[in-house]
Design a protein around this ligand. Structure first.
Ligand SMILES: [Zn+2]
Length: 199
């Protein structure tokens, strides 16, 4: 074997170097790929309660938005609500083109649906309720009122897929998830799987 011709100290040194480089690489990789906030999985209590209104845009809110942005794009997902990262505040991030096109991120504080029109049922998935899809009836067209990160009041008209994402995320602020629209059997199967650690 080739290694037999090398002094044993050299082999050891190389091995140590390799392990050192490997640990450096792992640390670098972990830093780059791990979001600062984890997305919580149902039935985590924060996902079942009503979140509180935000009355000032302070450093905590700015940091929360940054962390949520990172977690959402990492997942990847088209929307994320603050309770999903463990924060019971009324804040949502929505980006219907996540992973396809950049520059379409909407950050809305204290969103409220002020007008609704039509009804359409379609299947939805949720980062906090993995491995399941549920048919959820939603309004086809909505008008949302809220506050943006500049503290300005905004009104957004949304329909179709975008309207669905908004309604899904606002549901999270009221402690509602897609499982609440599922049959009792589907819910029981999910909770059993979760309990067994299969999710
Ligand atoms: Zn969700």
């Amino acid at each position: 074997m080739h290694t037999e011709t090398l002094p044993s100290s050299l082999i050891l040194k190389n091995l140590k170097e390799m392990q050192f480089l490997d640990s450096l690489h792992q640390r670098h990789y972990a830093n780059r790929s791990m979001p600062r906030k984890h997305i919580l999985i149902y039935p985590e209590p924060v996902l079942k309660n009503r979140a509180k209104e935000i009355d000032s845009i302070d450093l905590d809110v700015v940091t929360l938005v940054e962390d949520m942005e990172e977690a959402m794009y990492q997942a990847p997902g088209v929307g994320l609500a603050a309770p999903q990262v463990g924060c019971a505040r009324r804040l949502i991030l929505v980006d219907p083109t996540a992973g396809k096109e950049s520059g379409n991120l909407l950050v809305i504080l204290n969103p409220v649906i002020v007008e609704r029109e039509g009804k359409v049922t379609d299947s939805e998935m949720c980062l906090s309720v993995p491995e399941i899809s549920v048919d959820v009836p939603r309004s086809e067209k909505i008008l949302i009122q809220g506050v943006n990160m500049d503290g300005k009041e905004v009104r957004i008209e949304a329909e179709g897929f975008l309207a669905r994402i908004f309604q899904h995320e606002i549901d999270h602020l009221d402690g509602r998830v897609i499982l609440d629209y599922a049959s009792a059997l589907k819910r029981a199967i999910y909770l059993k799987k979760k309990k067994k650690g299969k999710i």
